[in-house]
Write a protein that binds this ligand. Structure first.
Ligand SMILES: NC(=O)c1ccc[n+]([C@@H]2O[C@H](COP(=O)([O-])OP(=O)(O)OC[C@H]3O[C@@H](n4cnc5c(N)ncnc54)[C@H](OP(=O)(O)O)[C@@H]3O)[C@@H](O)[C@H]2O)c1
Length: 300
C-alpha cells in the first residue's frame, strides 16, 4: 500500500507493507484524513521513516478477528495514535465509530482529535452546561471552533474570543464574539484556552469563583501566574488537558460527535479539502495560519 512517510527530506507518499491488524483491530481503507497543529511539531521531530496520522475516516475492509466492532463495508471515523495517513490503517475497535449515512468522510475526518478535545474539555465544566457561561479562546481554530458549537448545542451562553476578523460564522451560530479575552464581559463557569501565552492570564481573569479554566494550547510560551491572580476568582481551578492521557477510549465520544453532525447540531469547518498528493501545500497552509478550520486530505 501507499502511505505518508516522514524523513529528513520531508513527508511524502511511499510504498510500505500493508498493516497486519491485531485481533482487536479492524482494517480500514482510509478515504480521508485531517491534519492537526500538534502534528506539525511531530513532523519536525520524528524524521526517521515515521508514519504520521491520527484523524482518519474510511471503510472497514476487514472486521476485527475477535468479533468486536463493525462489519466489513461499514463507514467509520477513528482516532489512531499514528500511521493513519495511509491507504490502509489497522484500528483498535474501541478507537472508531460507525458513521451515520448523513456524514461524509471529509466531514468525519475533521472530527477526531479536535472534536474529542473540544467535547471532553467541555465536560470539565462540571456537567450540565444549560444556561452556564462559557468562554472559548482561539475560537476560529479547529478545537475552539468545534467547542463553541458544542457548548451552544449544550445550551450554554457562549462567548468566543477570536483574533480572526472573519467571525460572522461564530455570530451566526449564536456566540457572542470578542477579539480579546480582556473585553469579554462578566465571569464564566468554564473558560477554555486554546491560544496559550498571555491568553492564559487573561483567561484566568474571566473565571467565576469555583469555575474551571482549561489549559489546552500547545503553545510553548509560558505565562507567570500567582495566587493574587485568584482574587475575585476564589476557588477556581486550572485543569491541564492532554488528549493522549484521556482515560476513556475514543469510540463512544466519536459516535456522539458523528451523531451531532448527522443531526445538524455540529458542522465541522473545513478550511481546505484536497488530495493527499497535496500534503505539502496543506502542511504549509496550516503552518502559516492561512486556514480557518481543518485541512482534510482525500486518499485515492
Ligand atoms: N491539549 C490537547 O490535548 C490538545 C489537543 C488538540 C490541540 N491542542 C492544541 O490546542 C491548540 C489549538 O489547536 P487547533 O487544532 O484548534 O489549532 P488551530 O486550528 O491552528 O487553531 C488555533 C487558533 O488559535 C488562535 N491562535 C493561537 N496562536 C495564534 C497565533 N500565533 N497566530 C494566530 N492565531 C493564533 C487562532 O484563533 P483566533 O484567530 O480565533 O484567535 C487559531 O485559529 C494548539 O496549540 C494545539 O496544539 C491541544
Amino acid at each position: 500500500m501507499r502511505a505518508i512517510v516522514n524523513t529528513s527530506e520531508g513527508a511524502g507518499i511511499a510504498v510500505v507493507d500493508d498493516p497486519r491488524p491485531g485481533r482487536n483491530e479492524a482494517l480500514v481503507a482510509v478515504r480521508a484524513f485531517s491534519l492537526n497543529r500538534g502534528e506539525l511539531a511531530l513532523l519536525e521531530a520524528r524524521t526517521e521513516q515515521w508514519r504520521p496520522g491520527q484523524d482518519v475516516a474510511g471503510v472497514v475492509v476487514e472486521a476485527a478477528a475477535d468479533g468486536s466492532g463493525p462489519v466489513a463495508g461499514s463507514r467509520v471515523v477513528a482516532l489512531v495514535e499514528q500511521s493513519g495517513w495511509a491507504e490502509l490503517a489497522a484500528v483498535p475497535t474501541d478507537r472508531l465509530a460507525v458513521l451515520p449515512d448523513e456524514v461524509g468522510v471529509e466531514q468525519a475526518a475533521a472530527l477526531p482529535l479536535a472534536g474529542l478535545t473540544a467535547l471532553r474539555t467541555l465536560r470539565l465544566g462540571g456537567g450540565d452546561l444549560l444556561g452556564r457561561r462559557v468562554l472559548v479562546t482561539g475560537a476560529s481554530g479547529a478545537v475552539g471552533g468545534t467547542q463553541v458549537q458544542l457548548a451552544i448545542a449544550a445550551g450554554a451562553e457562549v462567548t468566543a474570543v477570536t483574533a480572526t476578523p472573519h467571525h460572522q460564522d461564530l455570530l451566526r451560530r449564536g456566540a457572542a464574539v470578542v477579539d480579546d479575552p480582556a473585553t469579554a464581559g462578566g465571569l464564566y463557569t468554564l473558560v477554555a484556552d486554546w491560544v496559550g501565552g498571555a491568553s492564559v492570564a487573561a483567561a484566568l481573569d474571566k473565571v467565576a469563583p469555583h469555575g474551571t479554566l482549561v489549559l489546552g494550547s500547545g503553545s510553548a510560551v509560558k505565562t507567570p501566574i500567582n495566587i493574587y491572580d485568584f482574587f475575585g476568582h476564589e476557588g477556581a481551578r486550572i485543569v491541564g488537558y492532554l488528549s493522549y492521557a484521556h482515560p476513556e477510549p475514543p469510540g463512544p465520544d466519536l459516535a456522539t460527535l458523528a451523531r451531532l453532525v448527522a443531526a445538524g447540531r455540529l458542522d465541522p469547518v473545513l478550511g481546505l479539502v484536497t488530495s493527499w498528493t497535496r500534503l505539502h501545500d496543506a502542511i504549509t497552509a496550516l503552518a502559516q495560519r492561512r486556514l480557518t478550520g481543518k485541512a482534510v486530505l482525500t486518499v485515492g
